[in-house]
Design a protein around this ligand. Structure first.
Ligand SMILES: [Zn+2]
Length: 334
């Protein structure tokens, strides 16, 4: 904070760990102007300080007690020293003038103790408190989120699966989808039922087969319709990838068995393209009332994987789509 003209006195969290609106709700209720700024709560002068002041090289900042009283005085109330209880238009229990004086004195005392200063020159600026220099960095933001928002611990198998995922150079939104898939946070219908968004019953059925309720496991592993897609994909890459079809369906839990890095990356991209396009096909049925096209889904899987890998290796001309479609592992030689 510098001159305090850009910081709302009541709403901003500028003194302590909460806003003054939260810390002093009774004073806030009586405030004449809820939108006032900090600078309006005092006076920067170069004369003698009164008993409630803080100093800096440019002058003396005085929290003005009479200003504060004025700010904390309801528009329709008469401020007297009688200690009478007054009613307030804004609801809640009335606070006597004497009580308000006590609250104001406490607020001033808190401001003094916290050493809040108004320097009077320059505009207010934002400072990133997670860095000593006050400048925002992504790493400090990441560390703060990790510290404050970390959920329950993830089992080791999932941690290893995620470590493989983050090494794949696919578009960020696809990696995020893969991440949500691995930690079972895709918004499948079973989760929507749990959250009360849809009802259990016809609404929660798998849109591909209509025989089972939709869950991540059913949609991407057990459904007879998507199983056909997996078989087609596995026939395409399975010989070279050295995993069983069941292992390929849970690719990131087993891809550590693949020793060749290039094969592991191509397999990962193909797997991501498969789950992504199955999900898009499912959404097209749910939200656009479209019908499922096996060949359409299959061609999107092949084309998307090729495009992502072409972007990764930057050798679009080196592996054409025709070769990719026939011999995927002969493409993208490093
Ligand atoms: Zn199904």
């Amino acid at each position: 904070m510098k001159d305090g003209t850009d910081i709302p006195f009541w709403y901003a969290c500028w003194s302590g760990n909460q806003s003054l609106m939260e810390a002093y709700p009774d004073l806030y209720r009586y405030a004449k102007n809820h939108l006032t700024d900090i600078f309006s709560a005092g006076l920067l002068s170069y004369g003698a300080a009164d008993s409630v002041s803080s100093t800096d090289a440019d002058g003396i900042w005085q929290w003005q007690l009479h200003n504060m009283v004025e700010m904390c005085r309801g528009e329709d109330t008469e401020l007297t020293d009688s200690g009478d209880t007054e009613l307030t238009d804004s609801g809640g229990d009335a606070v006597s003038v004497q009580q308000r004086h006590t609250l104001i004195a406490g607020l001033l005392s808190d401001l003094q103790q916290q050493g809040v200063r108004v320097y009077g020159d320059g505009e207010d600026t934002f400072v990133w408190s997670a860095e000593a220099c006050g400048v925002f960095t992504v790493s400090s933001c990441y560390n703060r989120f990790r510290k404050n928002l970390s959920g329950p611990p993830i089992d080791n198998i999932t941690v290893v699966a995620l470590s493989h995922l983050w090494k794949v150079n696919a578009p960020p939104k696809i990696l995020l989808f893969g991440w949500r898939f691995i930690i079972n946070k895709i918004a499948t219908k079973d989760l929507l039922v749990k959250r009360g968004i849809i009802l259990d019953g016809d609404d929660s059925r798998c849109v591909f087969c209509a025989k089972e309720n939709e869950s991540l496991r059913h949609l991407f592993a057990h459904c007879e319709v998507t199983n056909r897609v997996w078989r087609k994909v596995f026939d395409w890459v399975g010989v070279d990838i050295c995993l069983s079809r069941e292992e390929f369906v849970n690719y990131f839990h087993y891809c550590g068995k693949i020793t060749c890095v290039k094969t592991r990356i191509i397999g990962a991209v193909v797997w991501l393209s498969t789950v992504w396009n199955i999900w898009l096909s499912r959404n097209a049925i749910v939200f656009k009332n479209e019908t499922f096209s096996f060949l359409g889904c299959w061609s999107e899987i092949v084309c998307n994987a090729w495009r992502w890998l072409s972007s990764f290796y930057n050798r679009v001309n080196y592996c054409n789509l025709y070769t990719w479609n026939i011999l995927p592992f002969s493409c993208f030689e490093t």
